[in-house]
Design a protein around this ligand. Sequence first.
Ligand SMILES: [Fe+2]
Length: 189
Amino acid sequence: MKQLLDEVKAIFMGSPAAAPFLSDWPLEEAQRAVTPSRLPVCSILDVLRPSDQTAKIWAALQGQPGLSWRQTYQAAEMSEAFLRVYGWSEFIGLRGPVPSTTIACGVLLLGPGVTYPAHAHAAEEVYIPIAGAAEWMRAEEEFCPKEIGSVIHHPSWMPHGMRTGAEGLAALYLWRGGDLAAKSIFLDS
Ligand SMILES: [Fe+2]
């Protein structure tokens, strides 16, 4: 986990938007036991392609044993089709192997051909796509493609969403402020 987190921190250090999150980066190493678990979407870990910039971090993620892959939503809230192609693993936060009560950090996976509809949450968020491809929308803007390595910043309660095409997406995330385990509010489009 330490090597993976060193790579994750390094990629966020290139982004001024991530600086307030990194000032709360925990000093301790992994110390919380998590139960390893997989989801159907984890199959894209073998398929997605990183860029040259993210090849090392992608290899560290693929080789990281014992990750717990989870979902925020249940079948009553999102379609089964969505839940087959959606999941995340938290590295740092209230539930991940490295405890923090002030920031959360992990990776989101989306399979091909899925829309994560416009939603919002109290937490401020920074994403960096590390493999695959997706279009992203924020505030009132249209969906537009974001390259691997792009920094995508969502201030508190800014509506945002993403959608994938033929490829899926893997994106690192940082959260801070608000309830770090809160569910998003979905917005009518
Ligand atoms: Fe979000």
